[in-house]
Design a protein. Structure first.
Length: 148
C-alpha cells in the first residue's frame, strides 16, 4: 500500500509536472498565436500600404503620361503652326521674287522701248540727213554736169 501510495503520489507529481508543462506549452502556444496574428496583421497592413503606394504611383505615372502627351501634342501643334507660317513666308518671298522679276523685266522692256524710240528718232534723222545729202549730191552733180 505504501508502494501504491508512493506510486500514486509520484504519478500525482508527474501529473502536476505534466500539467505545468502543458500549461506552459499552452501559454507559449497562445503567445506564439498572438505573435503570428500580430505578424499577419502587420503583413496585411504592409500589403495594404504597398497596394496604396502602387496605386498612388500608378495614378502619378498616368498623370505624368497624360501631361507628357498633352505637352507632345502642344509641341506638335506649335511645330505645325511654325511650319505653316514658314511655308506662308516662303510663298510670300516667292511671290515677291516673281513680282521683282516682273518689275525688272518691265523696266528692261521700258528701257528697250525707250532705246528703240531713240533709235527710230536717230534713224529718222539719219534718213533725213541722207535725203538732204542725196539732194545736195544731185545738185552738185547737176552743177558739175553743167560745168562740163
Amino acid at each position: 500500500m505504501r508502494e501504491a501510495l508512493a506510486r500514486a503520489q509520484e504519478a500525482q507529481e508527474q501529473s502536476t509536472k505534466l500539467a505545468v508543462i502543458a500549461e506552459k506549452a499552452a501559454a507559449a502556444a497562445e503567445e506564439r498565436v498572438k505573435e503570428l496574428e500580430q505578424l499577419a496583421g502587420q503583413v496585411h497592413e504592409y500589403r495594404q500600404q504597398s497596394e496604396k503606394m502602387l496605386s498612388k504611383e500608378k495614378e502619378d505615372l498616368i498623370y505624368q503620361l497624360r501631361q507628357a502627351k498633352q505637352e507632345t501634342e502642344r509641341i506638335q501643334k506649335q511645330l505645325n503652326d511654325d511650319l505653316a507660317r514658314a511655308n506662308e513666308k516662303a510663298e510670300l518671298a516667292k511671290e515677291r521674287a516673281v513680282l521683282q522679276a516682273q518689275r525688272e523685266y518691265m523696266d528692261e522692256v521700258a528701257r528697250l522701248l525707250e532705246t528703240m524710240a531713240k533709235t527710230r528718232e536717230e534713224l529718222a534723222q539719219v534718213r533725213e540727213e541722207k535725203a538732204r545729202l542725196e539732194m545736195l549730191l544731185e545738185k552738185t552733180q547737176v552743177v558739175t554736169e553743167l560745168d562740163v
